[in-house]
Design a protein around this ligand. Structure first.
Ligand code: B12
Length: 212
């Protein structure tokens, strides 16, 4: 059977009513929330491609983001419930300096909280000093950085560097993710882990605190 692209297509086309109806249809059919989010992600990526090709503009990106946020809001209790619950440690998360994309970061946070981690959400456009301050204050096991803009690679590098300069590098595991992140970025910035999805990030966090 060919793959069903209807939900991704509806999101890429910013068809709010269609997205709502298809999400409901999938929930009624017992599709796991994480799978529904993954389908929506494909739609957001396609929306991004259309933007890059000049076929749509900022208002569409914003509207698509709003639709995606409302889907994630609706699925939040399920996403938390689907995570395997084990008590974790503390995790500091933020979108790096100059990056205001937060939908993916918030999904990672939902999954981590669902797993029992205490997550300190620093929000978006987080300067390196703020990450350092949070590591000092909360002594987390893991710091997660979300990055969607290639122009923000340097923010990831600067954050790792600031944590190192503060003498805190050995005390935390560093993970990076988001559409612009890659294993190459992980390596060049000196992070411990690159996670392609929220689920990967949550699994790494469990490993980092010795839970798996
Ligand atoms: C929606 C959107 C916006 C919205 C954001 C709304 C919001 N509240 O977040 C708005 C309109 C604000 C926006 C603005 C801009 N955007 Co924009 N945006 C997008 C879009 C279409 C979707 C992003 C999204 O939410 N995806 C869905 C989420 C769920 O996916 P995700 O973030 O990747 O997260 C998943 C994983 O990556 C992972 N993950 C995420 N973070 C982390 C962290 C860790 C530690 C781990 C382990 C995992 C992890 O978990 C998630 C679930 O699995 C993308 C397209 C794309 N391909 O990403 C463009 C995109 C990111 N934007 C882009 C651009 C250019 C911009 C602007 C510069 C446009 C402009 N000219 O102003 C501004 C920049 C603003 C800024 N300073 O940050 C480009 C970036 C190009 C590049 N290579 O750098 C993209 C790729 C579009 C494109 N193809 O051109 N954008």
């Amino acid at each position: 059977m060919s793959e069903d692209h209807s939900l991704a297509d509806a999101l890429a086309g910013c068809s709010e009513d269609k997205v709502k109806a298809l999400v409901k249809e999938r929930l009624d059919a017992g599709v796991p929330a994480a799978q529904i989010v993954a389908e929506c992600n494909r739609g957001m990526a396609e929306l991004g491609e259309r933007f890059a090709r000049g076929e749509c503009f900022i208002p569409e990106l914003m509207f698509g983001g709003m639709i995606m946020k409302s889907v994630v809001g609706e699925l939040a209790p399920l996403l938390e419930g689907e995570a395997e619950v084990e008590s974790g440690g503390k995790i500091v998360m933020g979108s790096v300096h100059h990056d205001v994309h937060d939908i993916g970061k918030d999904i990672v946070i939902l999954m981590l909280r669902g797993m029992g981690f205490e997550v300190i959400d620093l929000g978006v456009d987080v300067p390196p000093e703020k990450f350092v301050e949070a590591v000092r204050q909360h002594q987390p096991a893991v710091v997660g950085m979300s990055v969607l803009l290639t122009t923000c690679f340097k923010s990831v590098v600067a954050t790792v560097e600031a944590i190192r300069e503060a003498g805190l590098r050995e005390s935390v595991s560093l993970m990076v993710g988001g559409a612009a992140a890659s294993d190459l970025l992980r390596e060049s910035a000196g992070c411990d882990f690159y996670g392609k999805t929220a689920v990967d990030g949550a699994k790494f966090a469990q490993q980092a605190v010795g839970l798996s």
